[in-house]
Design a protein around this ligand. Structure first.
Ligand SMILES: Nc1ncnc2c1ncn2[C@@H]1O[C@H](COP(=O)(O)OP(=O)(O)OP(=O)(O)O)[C@@H](O)[C@H]1O
Ligand SMILES: [Mg+2]
Length: 274
């Protein structure tokens, strides 16, 4: 995973606060995200992850603080921010009446791109959805719908993408497919900010991990830096039992829906909830 350290970060968050009536959700959130990197915002249910993503994607106004995305202030330059980002929400935003291909063509047309059909076909192929492209997306599995949702958000090649819990509710294979997609995006220079409740997701994907807790970022670092916060590892002899997820992936991994070989080998599938 390459991280380019351009002088100006792709995302800069400074002192962001947000309350809903008496509920203080964000109490001064600060962090930077380097261009072309993957940044994971980790936090339990209700920590304020979606609230922060909505502020950064201009859907919600902060009470205090500033944030810039791709160099544009989210409050003063909301239009420029919107042209620089895509947002894949916590709940899939595909139109179920349309086929997968029609969904993609629709977004390409809304973005005034040439050759919407060709763009749709290229994305269907990239997300292993070519065979399903002509089917109504109402018939898709959760993983297929998620992949379509992410594919839709890539149309127009936005430099910054927000993924709010991209793999919640997916089975292990579908999660690995989404992870591979996200890694490829970052390798291509896209900046990715994702939220997750899954520690293994952050471990697998993120160049930096920030933990949002009680309204502030209580830790922000690389995986190695976060691990150093705890005492050095001690050597213990334990009989290692395979996890159910390892068993599942070994049995099912190579014959998954999209037949992607090698996917299971990449996985470190011990799934811990935050
Ligand atoms: N529009 C709103 N009006 C009132 N309260 C809200 C609103 N949006 C969010 N909240 C509250 O703010 C808190 C943070 O919500 P948020 O959706 O940002 O959390 P989250 O970290 O994304 O959680 P999850 O992991 O469950 O998605 C929650 O207590 C939620 O009920
Ligand atoms: Mg959320």
């Amino acid at each position: 995973m390459t991280t380019t350290h351009a002088p100006e970060p792709a995302i800069r968050v400074q002192g962001i606060e947000k309350s809903f009536k008496e509920l203080q959700v964000l109490r001064g959130v600060d962090f930077d995200v380097a261009r072309g990197s993957i940044f994971a915002l980790l936090g339990s249910n209700g920590a304020g992850k979606t609230t922060l993503v909505r502020i950064l994607s201009t859907l919600l106004k902060a009470d205090a603080g500033t944030a810039t995305v791709h160099g544009f202030d989210v409050a003063a330059k909301a239009g420029d921010v919107r042209e620089s980002i895509s947002l894949t929400g916590q709940f899939a935003a595909v139109d179920e009446v349309l086929t997968g291909r029609e969904n993609l063509v629709l977004v390409a047309k809304l973005r005034h791109l040439k050759n919407p059909g060709a763009i749709a076909d290229e994305l269907l192929a990239r997300f292993s959805l070519t065979d399903a492209g002509g089917r109504r997306s109402a018939t898709y599995s959760g993983g297929m719908r998620r992949r379509l949702d992410i594919a839709m958000s890539l149309i127009g090649n936005p430099p910054v993408i927000f993924l709010d819990e991209p793999t919640t509710g997916l089975d292990p294979q579908a999660r690995i497919e989404v992870w591979q997609t996200v890694k490829q995006l970052a390798q291509g220079g896209t900046t990715v900010l994702l939220t997750t409740q899954y520690l293994d997701e952050a471990e697998q994907l993120a160049d930096r991990i920030a933990i949002l807790h009680k309204g502030t970022i209580i830790q922000n670092g690389t995986l190695a830096e976060l691990k150093q916060l705890l005492p050095a590892a001690t050597v213990e002899y334990v009989e290692k039992q395979p996890t159910l997820e390892e068993v599942f992936l070994t049995l099912v991994g190579e014959t998954g829906e999209t037949g992607e070989t090698g996917a299971a080998a990449d996985a470190q599938p011990a799934r811990k909830e935050f």
